[in-house]
Design a protein around this ligand. Structure first.
Ligand code: SF4
Ligand code: SF4
Length: 444
């Protein structure tokens, strides 16, 4: 029987419209807006000024805090301004805006397609280099990768888990990357194993991607200590805790990290970025983005320079359809609506979904009928209807007691509710407020 996680989960329509679309390279934009903060943690500190000339791959902002990440220029040209731009969060945040001239790369970056399998760096050097190259988790969380690889004292990593699940409907960027850059990705997995000091890696892929399972399984036989597992299709299997449960049958305790049970999870795209960083000396300056939607004329998967406005991606996919109701950064389950088409692609942008008007609107919100469906599907064992109620009542003590911080924002409750309750909206609000309360408590 195929492995999967036990508690909750849903089966939304897959709609993987771009599954057969090979990755094409999107032309370099005329203007690139590169935010200082594209990762979890403190924003990086800007190193360039207006009027400076920059090259592709040049460090333009330094991650100085413990949890932060370096930012490199994805284009060559002149710094037009340092300004606030609207990013995928909907807020205006500081960014380096570069007027592009040519495509001149910083020295020392290997741009050839030759696959370099020989790993010469030590554990410490790998972690340091991943830090230098600004690699962050590309599955959506954008946690700085070098921090994830530093196993805290007293803990021990036993297994590296590679997340090739891509359970969000519509998105296919990881799927295409596994098919087209599988070998490079597996070298990245070997590098990650050295960084963690483990000799075992497990790659989890849902069995709606049989071509990727077959391809990576064949390739993995040439590498030591990498196994590929086909998983039963169930959302949100791509969430860390659910994937760990599915693959090694261990449960990460509430409020703890995967290392608590000896696991470290990295996304398939991150493994590819690690390969580029270590074997090619190439910082994280581009990524694969799916542009999709039922009315999109020419949906596809593109290799996009960070900082490219999504309007250019939409243009490459045949333009904005007339019946557009909503443009979403990410997939339909966890993604967020964008309020501008000039939002730049950042390290965490896995896809852009254009929803037709008739699907984008929210249904009328009705009274909760206490059917219990939201509780039944919650993969974290929470009671979403109750969380909504206590957050609405601003009962923060109860909100904490009901473990709002355990919510992984998968949207399964919201998806399943027959009364169309905006459960996730209230839960996110509750998490935000609890976060503030907990930070203030820690200061005392
Ligand atoms: S409460 Fe959170 S974890 Fe549970 S189903 Fe809803 S969004 Fe997912
Ligand atoms: S699924 Fe909706 S209607 Fe059913 S208990 Fe949960 S909130 Fe209430």
């Amino acid at each position: 029987m195929l492995k999967t996680f036990k508690l909750g989960g849903v089966h939304p329509a897959e709609n993987k419209l771009t599954v057969d679309k090979s990755i094409s390279v999107l032309p370099i934009p005329k203007i690139a807006s590169i935010p200082f903060s594209q990762h979890l943690g403190a924003p990086a500190k800007v190193l360039v000024n207006r009027g400076d000339e920059v090259k592709v791959g040049q460090l333009i902002a330094k991650g100085e805090a413990f949890i932060s990440a370096n930012i490199h220029s994805s284009v060559s040209g002149k710094v037009q301004k340092i300004d606030n731009v609207v990013d995928t969060s909907g807020f205006r945040r500081p960014a380096v805006v570069i007027a592009v001239e040519g495509d001149e790369w910083a020295e020392g970056i290997d741009r050839s397609e030759t696959i370099n399998k020989e790993i010469s760096l030590s554990q410490k050097e790998i972690i340091q280099k991943i830090n230098e190259m600004g690699v962050v988790g590309l599955g959506g969380a954008t946690f700085p990768s070098h921090v994830k690889l530093m196993v805290p004292e007293g803990k021990k990593a036993e297994v590296l888990i590679i997340n090739g699940v891509e359970c969000e409907p519509y998105l296919t960027s990881d799927h295409r990357l596994m098919l087209e850059k599988g070998e490079e990705m597996l070298v990245g997995v070997q590098i990650l194993k050295i960084a963690l000091g483990v000799n075992k890696a497990m790659i989890g892929i849902e069995n709606n991607k049989p071509d990727a399972i077959k391809h990576l399984s064949e390739l993995a036989s040439q590498f030591e200590g990498i196994e590929v597992y086909g998983l039963k299709v169930k959302y949100p299997q791509g969430a860390e805790k659910q994937l760990i449960k599915a693959l090694i049958n261990r449960e990460v305790p509430s409020g703890k990290l995967p290392i608590e049970v000896g696991a470290v999870v990295n996304n398939a795209g991150t493994a590819y970025a690690v390969y580029q960083a270590i074997q090619k000396n190439k910082p994280l300056i581009e990524r694969v983005v799916t542009i999709t939607g039922k009315s999109v004329k020419d949906p596809g998967n593109f290799m996009v320079r960070i900082g490219t406005p999504i309007s250019e991606l939409i243009e490459a996919a045949g333009g904005l359809p007339e019946d557009t109701g909503k443009v979403i950064g990410g997939g339909p389950m966890m993604g967020k609506a964008l309020n501008s088409l000039e939002v730049p692609v950042v390290k965490g942008t896995s896809g852009i979904l254009i929803m037709p008007d008739e699907e984008a609107g929210r249904e009328e919100v009705l009274h909760c009928i206490r059917c219990g469906k939201c509780t039944h599907v919650c993969p974290m064992g929470l009671e979403p209807y109750l969380l909504e109620k206590v957050v609405m009542a601003e009962d923060w003590e109860r909100t904490e007691k009901e473990k709002v911080m355990d919510c992984i924002e998968c949207g399964s409750c919201h998806y399943t509710c027959p009364a169309n309750r905006p459960l996730l909206d209230y839960i996110r609000l509750g998490k935000n407020k609890m976060g503030q309360i907990m930070r203030n408590r820690a200061k005392k």
